[in-house]
Write a protein that binds this ligand. Structure first.
Ligand code: AMP
Length: 116
């Protein structure tokens, strides 16, 4: 059994966060340490530690993460200028929290593909 992270507490509303969207499959909230004017996190409600742990049955939740990204980008007014979606995996990928999360970053030109 994978160990819960702070994200599970955010999903359950046990710690404070700026929730932007939530349904039965995914939750989206503002990143606490934004690296761009808009920086949101979109996560599956199910604890999937890394991309390596994804199972076929997770495809619906993972697809929902993209449709929520589209919706949030539009609401934030960054859809036309553009933005970036990032999912880090394990140490070399820079993953710090072991519950899959999609970063949605935008609000300024982001430059070449790798952030910082
Ligand atoms: P990663 O390096 O891909 O694992 O990204 C983890 C992200 O989670 C970082 O961008 C952090 O700023 C963000 N983060 C950590 N704790 C919180 C929190 N309590 N609320 C919102 N974002 C958080």
């Amino acid at each position: 059994m994978a160990e819960e992270t702070i994200y599970s507490k955010i999903i359950r509303g046990e710690i404070e966060s700026e929730i932007l969207y939530q349904d039965d499959l995914v939750t989206a909230f503002v990143d606490i340490n934004p690296r761009a004017p808009k920086h949101f996190l979109i996560i599956p409600n199910k604890l999937i530690p890394t991309i390596n742990d994804i199972e076929i049955e997770d495809e619906i939740a993972l697809g929902r993460m993209f449709t929520v990204a589209r919706k949030l980008a539009k609401e934030a007014g960054i859809d036309e200028d553009g933005y970036r979606l990032i999912v880090n995996c394990n140490a070399h990928g820079g993953q710090e929290i072991y519950h899959i999360h999609m970063h949605l970053v935008g609000g300024r030109p982001l430059g070449p593909m790798l952030l910082s």
